[in-house]
Design a protein around this ligand. Sequence first.
Ligand SMILES: *Cc1c(COP(=O)(O)O)cnc(C)c1O
Length: 451
Amino acid sequence: MTDRRRQLPSVDRLLHQPGIQQLLDTAPRALVVAAVRESLEAARTRRAGPPDRWDEDVRERLAQRAGAGLLPVLNATGVVLHTNLGRAPLAPAAIQAIDAIVGGYSNLELDLPSGTRGSRTDHCRTLLQAATGAEDGLVVNNAAGALVLALNALAEGGNVLISRGELIEIGGSFRIPDILAKSGARLHEVGTTNRTHLSDYRQAVRGAAAILTVHRSNFEQRGFVTSPRPAELAELADQAGIPYLYDVGSGLLADLSPWGLNREPRVQESLAAGAGVVLFSGDKLLGGPQAGCLVGRKHLVSQCRSNPLARALRADKMTLAAMAATLVLYQDPDEAVRSIPILAMLTLEPDELLRRAARLAALCPPQTRPEIVAGESAVGGGSFPGAVLPTSLVALDAGGLGPDGLALRLRVGQPAVVARVSDNRVILDPRTLPESALKVVAQAVETALRS
Ligand SMILES: *Cc1c(COP(=O)(O)O)cnc(C)c1O
């Protein structure tokens, strides 16, 4: 046994270390003591002996004990809406709104002036109306749920017309034909994979319960393709006296065309085209919490609201608080782009990205020979397929570890950093890293090389 291992501190001494004292502020003493004992036991039996820093080792063990499976991650991939990394980070106003209500009680379902029962669906209603121009709006748990709800409430047992070019898979278990089947509506395919005409819909519309358009949010069709404009489908649906539902996916409210991002349907425009209900996610381009929004005509949205599935899909108070605070930001479009992280990252200017890349490169260990290279970021999250976001990347030479080895160590380090690997190098994109994280990422690289 080495000396280092023989001279292990006592449990009590470790508990008095400032870093470990801090843990006692937020975790029960018994858990911290157990983590300290575990750390000591590991140091006794481990070849390498005691950890470099006891407090970090204890903190990690405590996190495991507390079952904290969800950890913060620094996203160096440049994929702005990364579904595996939790999609949209929230705006400070949304975080404050959650913070203000979750530690106590709230007026979630109580009308304070009258003291009578209120509805949780009221909290975002007016804000959704203001942000989109819709007559009415409803927030549920996510957009997949919103689509099931709308189809069930408005087309159960009936035929729903949908183009063969829109029988798509959004990811994992979200496939339009399966969703339709589960909703209790019947799929009625019209047109072909690449070309669907208004006449295809017209021939099938008699006796149908609804027309559905699903935005091809994660791929593009090019070449010999056509589909009717939403306004034409809205008119056809109106003539037939049935609802026209439009799943736009990403929930884009901001006008990003000055930044060259204009190939995604905006919610306001889809409503203006005449859609009866527009459905979208809360945590994609809207930049809010995970949620599904339904906006549109009053009688249609209210049928959705009173459907039993709305209860099964209802949003919780944290979601509603964050969504409301995010929607408020849209009342000033410039403010929205500045303060909603997703929009700020998408609209970063090339100079700023270059400056951040230069700073990150300068902070990274010299042995990685950091090099600034021109590259592209991705919007991700099933939005703006094919959009190109030019960026400045930092490419690192991982030496003997190899790029996959370094990327792995970064992922399992503390804090976890997720990077890209390309051309035998580890690639860091500053677009998705807050300024304050540049130093932390560089330190993580240094630690990963050392460990
Ligand atoms: C992402 C997406 C959905 C699913 O949204 P969730 O909020 O993840 O449930 C549905 N439809 C389209 C077109 C999408 O892009």
